[in-house]
Design a binder for this molecule. Structure first.
Ligand code: URA
Length: 231
């Protein structure tokens, strides 16, 4: 297979983007920079792009800094979808969101076409941690730390929430780490203590932290280390 086609297939980049990265000397074949997009690649060649070893048509793992106002579904005509941000990727329909966010929540969104990997993040059994920065309408009293650590009953639920860690940074700003993903969970937890979430931003999922270099709406592929951290 030609190198440019190989890059497209492995990364989801468009043909034009693949030609561009090859031309810029960002692709190495067997340890040597290769600028000829027509060179033929077989499964014995080691191809490295931007420090990543490319696997032939392997699964894709992406982190997005979700912007405010984008919905986590492709079927909404009234709002822009996070999938619009990946317009130049191939096989868009194969991508799954590993843990959705509300339209007005920003921050770390993980997206993949590896269903098993996604399941390890979203399965309630795995209790994968998610860390949110919360701006609340009212000041958060210190005793809420203990209430959240003990678990609280949310309206319409039969079981209390799992123990959650709350760190109060200022009267109306806190960091909340939860180990489950009930519908609107953070907003409902703050509702249960007679408060209201004004801004919600996800900073971390498991051991994967949002890359500070990503502006809202920007994304990048996960590193091999980040992918492997989801066990
Ligand atoms: N909890 C919420 O209430 N909303 C989100 O988007 C994520 C967690």
């Amino acid at each position: 297979m030609r190198l440019d086609k190989f890059i497209c297939t492995c990364t989801g980049l468009s043909r034009i983007q693949a030609k561009r990265v090859i031309g810029k000397g960002l692709v190495k074949v067997d340890g040597v920079i290769e600028k000829d997009q027509k060179v033929k690649i077989n499964d014995q060649n080691e191809v490295v792009f931007d420090g990543r070893h490319l696997r032939f048509s392997g699964p894709r793992y992406i982190m997005l800094n979700k912007p405010d106002g984008a919905v986590c579904t492709s079927l909404d005509d009234d709002y822009r979808s996070v999938f619009d941000l990946f317009y130049d990727l191939e096989r868009l329909e194969d991508l799954l969101i590993a843990g959705r966010l509300d339209a007005d929540t920003t921050g770390l969104l993980l997206i993949t076409d590896d269903g098993k990997w996604s399941h390890r993040i979203t399965s309630p059994k795995k209790q994968c941690k998610k860390c949110y920065r919360v701006i609340s309408a009212e000041a958060v009293p210190q005793d809420v730390v203990e209430q959240f650590a003990n678990g609280i009953m949310l309206k319409g639920e039969k079981q209390p929430t799992l123990p959650a860690e709350l760190e109060i940074l200022s009267p109306t700003e806190s960091l909340l780490t939860i180990h489950e993903g009930k519908y609107h969970q953070v907003k409902r937890m703050f509702g249960a203590i007679n408060n209201r979430v004004v801004e919600l931003h996800r900073e971390q999922v498991g051991d994967i932290a949002l890359d500070e270099d990503l502006e809202p709406g920007e994304w990048r592929y996960l590193t091999d280390e980040e992918i492997a951290s989801v066990k």
